[in-house]
Design a protein around this ligand. Structure first.
Ligand SMILES: N[C@@H](CCC(=O)N[C@@H](CSO)C(=O)NCC(=O)O)C(=O)O
Length: 215
């Protein structure tokens, strides 16, 4: 039975799971969740994701939530080298930079995406520029570290591409498509690295899914 992903492709955390499925060429079904109507808070969905969030994931009788854990499951099941699990130190570096992506990059990008895209376009509200400015500063602090790291290594975890790089795709998609793309101009190694991530067939496929109206 095909693996199922619950949630809109346009959600960064759903997109993270989709890009991993595309990386390993797995069969999967994307099951819509109508968030404007609050379907993600329904008992059926909360049974799949205890926080009432998207994504949720099902593979047979295994039900998972948390996009990075789901991503690791998908890559492990496929025996993908994107986790570098045949090498203890390399796999540890993948975990380090996956945590960095979560805590320093996406944690700054999420409020920026919410304030500049969701609030004005889907909630009919006004962007809170204070929140945006505060998180652009946080993003720049992170990008200083990335620039230094990527001037020494081809990819974040080392001289090999890994989940740590791929996991940046969703937030990078919105950064490049949003009002703050020019932030990258001050970080040439980061800008080139993000372009390489975005150029992966998996990223291009999911970028198309993210654009679809139902997404
Ligand atoms: N740590 C989790 C975060 C999921 C999440 O925030 N999902 C959002 C939409 S994507 O940005 C969500 O479901 N928001 C609605 C809500 O929190 O009620 C993960 O990695 O899967």
């Amino acid at each position: 039975m095909a693996m199922k992903v619950y949630g809109p492709a346009a959600s960064t955390n759903v997109a993270r799971v989709l890009v991993c499925l595309e990386e390993v060429g797995a069969e999967y079904e994307l099951v819509p969740v109508d968030m404007p109507s609050g379907e993600h808070k329904s008992p059926e969905h909360v049974a799949r994701n205890p926080f009432g969030q998207v994504p949720a994931f099902q593979d047979g009788d295994l039900i998972l939530s948390e996009s990075r854990a789901i991503s690791k499951y998908i890559l492990r099941k496929a025996g993908s080298d994107l986790l570098r699990e045949s090498n203890l130190s390399e796999s540890a570096m993948v975990d380090v930079w996956l945590e960095v992506e979560n805590g320093h990059f996406s944690s700054a990008m999420s409020p920026i995406i919410f304030q500049t895209l969701i609030v004005p376009n889907f909630l009919g509200g006004k962007t809170d520029t204070k929140i945006v400015e505060e998180n652009v500063r946080k993003l720049k602090t992170a990008l200083e570290v990335y620039e230094s790291r990527l001037s020494k290594f081809k990819y974040l975890a080392g001289d090999f591409v890994s989940l740590a790089d791929i996991s940046h795709f969703p937030a990078a998609y919105y950064l490049l498509g949003g009002p703050h793309a020019s932030v990258l101009d001050a970080y040439p190694h980061v800008k080139a690295w993000i372009a390489e991530v975005m150029d992966r067939p998996s990223a291009k496929k999911v970028a198309e899914l993210m654009k679809m109206p139902s997404a």
